[in-house]
Design a protein around this ligand. Structure first.
Ligand SMILES: Nc1ncnc2c1ncn2[C@@H]1O[C@H](COP(=O)(O)OP(=O)(O)O)[C@@H](O)[C@H]1O
Ligand SMILES: [Mg+2]
Length: 419
């Protein structure tokens, strides 16, 4: 397993955290470190491993998903972040501060101002109206009532519930109640949102709506969100990074594509096998090289030489800023061999290329390559060439899960492939 190293300090760092439940966690910890399995520990001394030697860096402004089946340790993990649970061993840092070293006042501050939680069962106050529920965290902080309500109204609007301010939770559907939960969490302006299975109790369609809403909000708010789910589709839709837990252990952490394209082990592979990759894998991660020539240098001889040298069928023509302006195939070369120099210099005579940005998913570019031998051209935000995606490249990425190469971390493989 490998992670991209960034120079920026992660918002949240989990360092070698163990949590063992039972009468003598320290003794059990020694056994766990010696390699005793979760089952063994439970059988020999009645201790349960909640999480085992977990280390994770969660970057600021990302949605970081922790995924795993029931009992895999997700809730245990997230509760360490606001110290609802104390680790048996290890460290938790928020903005570089060791959460375990905080005194009572600092801890209160951490829970009230620096992070807020969204719960699975909404946990709204039943006798308070929507607006009072949303304003609640602010009043607890000591914000004056009128201001708290004013700020609450803004959040209610943001989650699409304008007009429902004076309703009570029981008058709202589950989806609407969870929007209130979300508005309440957003109201305090905390930089970190902790969401433990926040959408799991909702019906599928409403759940998808909520995922869309969260993505939309996140696109402007850039919170650091720790989102817990047992649902792979949800993880893939929401996560910038996903950590996969099994029996309290971290099996893999990576971007959705890294996990789909390079599952770290059999367990992850089985987990992701049936996923529709076309909706997740971005074209930027499967680009291939293509021979290029700049328009001012273009003539049939150079084009032909370039194709021969690259042993390719298609040559991409770029302008002086590395933006693709057209393509040339061998057939095209032969058909137009007798044209004048000025004809070759006019990019409108060339075969048209379809460009897609590197963060488009495969499903979006498939229509351009499905009936064509010309690859789709992948460009960055400035319109400059990144590479191409061919029909066969796209189909490969959709169809198969490549075997992880022994000894080669998936993340590095990924980076090389997209370099
Ligand atoms: N307070 C507790 N006491 C004893 N065992 C616990 C406690 N909380 C969690 N566990 C155990 O720790 C493991 C992880 O639980 P949990 O973090 O709730 O998993 P998840 O949220 O992924 O469903 C499970 O085996 C669970 O039974
Ligand atoms: Mg849980």
């Amino acid at each position: 397993m490998s992670r991209k190293q960034t120079s920026e300090q992660p918002k949240i760092q989990i360092k070698n955290v163990y949590k063992i439940f039972g009468p003598d966690p320290q003794a059990a910890l020694e056994r766990a470190k010696q390699g005793a399995s979760k089952t063994e520990l439970l059988e020999e001394s009645g201790h349960t491993i909640g999480i085992r030697d977990i280390s994770l860096d969660m970057p600021a402004g990302e949605t970081f998903v922790v995924m795993g089946l029931s009992g895999s340790g997700k809730s245990t993990l997230i509760r360490h972040i606001n110290r609802l649970i104390e680790p048996t061993a290890g460290q938790i840092l928020v903005d570089g501060d060791d959460v375990l070293q905080l005194d009572e006042q600092q801890l209160l501050d951490l829970r009230r101002r620096r992070m807020s939680m969204v719960f699975q069962r909404f946990a709204l106050l039943p006798h308070k109206s929507v607006i009072d529920n949303v304003a609640y965290g602010l009043t607890v902080q000591g914000v004056e009532r009128a201001e708290a309500r004013e700020r609450a109204v803004k959040q209610i609007e943001l989650v699409g519930l304008a007009g429902f301010e004076n309703q009570f939770p029981r008058q709202l559907s589950g989806g609407m109640q969870q929007r209130v939960g979300l508005a309440r969490a957003l109201a305090t302006d905390a930089e970190i949102l902790l969401m433990d299975e926040a959408f799991s109790a909702l019906d599928p369609l409403i759940r998808t709506d909520m995922q869309d809403q969260l993505r939309e909000l996140q696109a402007t708010l850039h919170k650091t969100i720790v989102f817990i789910t047992h649902d792979l589709d949800e993880a893939l839709r929401l996560g910038d990074h996903i950590a996969i837990l099994k029996d309290g252990e971290l099996r893999q952490v990576g971007s959705p594509e890294e996990i789909l394209l390079h599952p770290a082990d059999d367990y992850v592979e089985r987990f992701v096998r049936d996923v529709n990759r076309g909706r997740v894998v971005t074209v930027g991660s499967i680009v291939e090289h293509i021979p290029t020539l700049r328009l001012p240098e273009l003539d049939p001889q150079k084009a032909s030489a370039q194709l021969d040298q690259a042993d390719g069928d298609t040559l991409l023509i770029l302008d002086d800023d590395s933006r693709p302006v057209g393509a040339i195939s061998r057939r095209f070369l032969e058909a137009n061999a007798g044209r004048s120099a000025s004809w070759w210099q006019d990019s409108s005579n060339l075969d048209e290329v379809h460009t897609v940005t590197r963060d488009s998913v495969i499903d979006e570019m498939l229509p351009y390559v499905s009936g064509s031998d010309t690859p789709a051209v992948v460009v960055d935000d400035e319109g400059q060439l990144v590479g191409v995606v061919t029909r066969s490249g796209a189909i490969d990425a959709l169809a198969k899960v490549p075997e992880p190469e022994p000894g080669e971390p998936a993340g590095e493989q990924q980076e090389r492939a997209s370099a």
